[in-house]
Design a protein around this ligand. Structure first.
Ligand SMILES: Nc1ncnc2c1ncn2[C@@H]1O[C@H](COP(=O)(O)OP(=O)(O)O)[C@@H](O)[C@H]1O
Ligand SMILES: [Mg+2]
Length: 394
């Protein structure tokens, strides 16, 4: 359609007066730019009132973010990337690929702009703040009830599965955390900041955080050896799940003086069949204890120290949809300072008689063998490790 219009314009061009010929060329350029999602610097300046401080939404490790309005009325978040990102052609190539990554549970990238040394990413605006702001506030957490939290867990799981396995390029997020999950006006969770691992391949900020071990979401193998795979994202997802259920931050953690962090506390209680004690008191009136117990169990599987033992996101989505119910016993969680050891044998499988979680009376039936699921996730991990691009996921 567009192509035939273009051909038509080319044909009539010689007979058009000069002014309208320029106009047509401008139009053609604009259409081409739109298709490539390349936005002009002028458009960004106009849409953010010249990056006015009143438009600033905040500033993260990758640079400041401004609220803006595009000429078509669309409200956007414009992220100005700090200088350590990829430059020039490489930035445009990566940004073009990322703009094709579209999913309901991912903050869609609407466009990008390269202006001199400066690079910008333009995202859809997500209205209802980030997960941490809902979860770690001192009051009003009841509004973020169990149904919403479960929808959030499921949405993040589906978004991550898409990034890992279904998008046209494989994307390891590398920075899954409560602050990078945005909620829209209908409480639909959306994963923000995907693709940074591609745009900041040697990210100094992450390396510093790694040395400090301070963010509480990093898997031990990434923290200690810089080894990045989809299982690092699974680990971070598991931390978010346990934070969503407990309303506690993994780190810093003060709730139990005998535990260094939320993961250790949850694991200890799980071992004593008392896992439900981690539940946020604000969930008391909306809780579905059976489902919460299953989610704690799943969260603990995701944060296991050995990446090979963690489920992949496909399996997590199946567990959440209750299609997979016989869950193996989780082994120790990994956290800074804990010894990262690769187990030779998978965690002891539950007897196959059904889910037996923190409360022994709970049962979710039995439809699948945890052993086969574990081995399939192992081979997935191995294939990613042999990725010739190493830390730069493809
Ligand atoms: N697409 C978006 N829609 C609405 N707000 C956003 C969007 N992207 C980022 N923000 C907000 O901008 C601020 C800075 O974001 P970011 O640079 O990603 O930092 P961080 O993830 O480290 O908090 C955060 O408060 C975040 O909620
Ligand atoms: Mg962010």
């Amino acid at each position: 359609m567009k192509k035939s219009k273009g051909i038509f314009q080319q044909l009539v061009k010689p007979w058009l007066p000069n002014a309208s010929r320029d106009q047509n060329e401008d139009d053609l350029e604009r259409i081409a730019a739109q298709e490539q999602k390349l936005l002009s610097f002028g458009t960004l300046v106009a849409s953010t009132k010249n990056f006015h401080h009143s438009r600033k939404l905040g500033e993260g490790a990758f640079g400041p973010v401004f609220k803006g309005k595009l000429p078509d009325g669309k409200v956007v978040a414009v992220k100005k990337l700090s200088h350590s990102s990829t430059q020039g052609k490489e930035f445009k190539t990566e940004a073009k690929k990322l703009a094709r990554v579209q999913h309901r549970n991912v903050v869609n990238l609407l466009g990008y702009c390269a202006h001199g040394e400066e690079n910008f990413l333009v995202y859809e605006y997500v209205a209802n703040e980030s997960l941490d702001k809902h979860l770690f506030r001192s009051d009003g957490r009841e509004a973020f009830n169990w149904e919403r939290r479960l929808d959030t867990i499921t949405g993040i799981a589906k978004g991550l599965l898409y990034l890992h396995e279904k998008a046209h390029i494989r994307i390891i997020h590398r920075d899954i955390k409560a602050g990078n999950i945005l909620l829209d006006d209908k409480w639909v969770p959306k994963i923000a900041d995907f693709g940074m691992a591609r745009l900041f391949p040697d990210d100094q900020t992450r390396i510093n955080t790694r040395v400090a071990g301070a963010n509480g979401y990093m898997s031990p193998e990434y923290l200690m050896h810089g080894s990045l795979s989809i299982k690092a994202d699974v680990f971070s997802f598991g931390v978010v799940v346990l934070e969503l259920i407990s309303g506690e931050k993994n780190f810093p953690f003060t709730r139990d003086s005998d535990s260094k962090n939320l993961l250790e506390w949850a694991f200890k209680l799980f071992k004593k069949q008392r896992a439900l004690e981690i539940m946020d008191p604000a969930l008391a009136s909306s809780a579905d204890p059976q489902h919460i117990a299953m989610c704690i169990h799943m969260g603990l599987l995701c944060v296991q120290s050995d990446p090979d033992l963690r489920p992949d996101m496909g399996r997590v989505v199946m567990i959440l949809s209750k299609k997979l119910t016989a869950l193996e016993e989780p082994s120790r969680p990994g956290y800074p300072g804990s010894r990262y050891r690769r187990s030779r044998t998978p965690g002891a499988s539950s007897s196959g008689t059904g889910y037996s979680g923190p409360s022994n009376s709970l049962s979710f039936g039995s439809t699948s063998s945890s052993k086969s699921a574990t081995s399939s996730s192992s081979s997935e991990h191995t294939s990613i490790r042999s990725d010739p691009h190493g830390k730069r996921p493809m």
